[in-house]
Write a protein that binds this ligand. Structure first.
Ligand code: IPE
Ligand code: IPE
Ligand code: MG
Length: 250
C-alpha cells in the first residue's frame, strides 16, 4: 500500500517542469478557522497550524526554485473579527517574527513584511525590523508576508505619494504612468505574481494584490490551508504549467 502511495507522489513530482516555474507565487492562506472547527478546536489552533504549514511550504518553495512567495496573513478587513481572535493572531505574529531562526531555520530565505503599519503594536513593528534586518542578505527565496495588507489601501497610498510629488512640483501629471504607480506600491522590489493559489474553497481575491494580479493565473482548491502540503504545491504548479498566458496577445 505504501508502495502505491509513493509511486503516486513521484508521479506529481515527475510532471513538474523545473525550467518553467512561476517566478512569483502568491498564496491566500485561507481556511484555518474551518480546519479547526472540523476538529472541535478553537479557531486560534487553526491559525497556529497554518503558521507551521507556512514554514514548511516556504522551505519547499525555496528548494523548488521559486524566487518570490507572497502570503496573505492578515488583511486590513480582518480587524473586524472578534477582538479575541485578532489578539490571538497578533500574538502568533509576534511569536513567529520574534524568532526568525525558527521561521526560516538555516535556510537562505529573505523575509519581508508588506502592508500598512497603522494599527500594529510597537512590539510587532520592532519584530518586523529585526526579522527583515537579520535576513536581508539571504537570496534563494524572498518570503513576503502580507500583514495588515489591503490591495485598495495600497493603491490609495501609492496615489497619495504621487499626488504629494505633483503638489510640490517634483512630478508633472503627464509623467504619471503604470510604472510610477507600481513603483509606489509595497511590492516595488518584486515582479508581479505569475500564479495565485487560494485554498479553502473560496474563489475570490479578498483584496489581495489587486493591481499586481492583472495577469496572474489563479488556482483554487478545497483543501484548508493547515492541510496544504508540498504535493499540493507541486500539483498546483503542474496545472500552472499547462496554462497559456497570452497577456492580451494571441
Ligand atoms: C485564514 O483563515 C487566516 C486569516 C484570515 C487570518 P480564516 O481564519 O479566514 O479561516 P476560515 O476562512 O474562517 O476557515
Ligand atoms: C483573506 O481571507 C485574508 C487572509 C487569508 C489573510 P478572509 O477569510 O479574510 O477572506 P474572506 O472574508 O473569506 O473574503
Ligand atoms: Mg477565511
Amino acid at each position: 500500500m505504501f508502495g502505491i502511495f509513493k509511486k503516486k507522489q513521484e508521479d506529481v513530482f515527475e510532471q513538474l517542469d523545473t525550467n518553467n516555474l512561476p517566478v512569483h507565487i502568491g498564496i491566500i492562506m485561507d481556511g484555518n478557522g474551518r480546519w479547526a472547527k472540523k476538529r472541535g478546536l478553537p479557531r486560534s489552533a487553526g491559525h497556529t497550524m497554518g503558521a507551521k504549514v507556512l514554514e514548511q511550504i516556504t522551505r519547499d518553495a525555496g528548494h523548488l526554485g521559486i524566487k518570490y512567495l507572497t502570503v496573505y496573513a492578515f488583511s486590513t478587513e480582518n480587524w473586524s473579527r472578534p477582538a479575541e481572535e485578532v489578539k490571538a493572531l497578533m500574538k502568533l505574529m509576534v511569536e513567529y517574527l520574534d524568532d526568525y531562526r525558527r521561521l526560516i531555520g538555516d535556510e537562505d530565505i529573505c523575509v519581508r513584511i508588506i502592508g500598512s503599519k497603522e494599527g500594529l503594536s510597537e512590539e510587532i513593528l520592532e519584530k518586523i525590523k529585526i526579522v527583515e534586518d537579520a535576513t536581508k542578505n539571504n537570496s534563494a527565496i524572498t518570503l513576503n508576508i502580507a500583514l495588515n495588507y489591503g490591495g485598495r489601501d495600497e493603491i490609495v497610498k501609492s496615489v497619495k505619494k504621487i499626488a504629494e510629488g505633483v503638489k510640490d512640483g517634483s512630478i508633472s501629471v503627464d509623467e504619471i504612468d503604470e510604472k510610477m504607480i507600481s513603483d509606489n506600491l509595497y511590492t516595488n522590489y518584486m515582479p508581479d505574481p505569475d500564479f495565485i493559489i487560494r485554498p479553502s474553497g473560496e474563489q475570490r481575491l479578498s483584496n489581495f494584490l489587486l493591481w499586481q494580479s492583472a495577469y496572474s493565473e489563479f488556482w483554487y482548491s478545497d483543501i484548508n490551508w493547515p492541510d496544504f502540503t508540498k504535493k499540493d504545491l507541486i500539483r498546483a504548479i503542474v496545472d500552472y504549467q499547462k496554462r497559456n498566458r497570452r497577456f492580451g496577445g494571441v
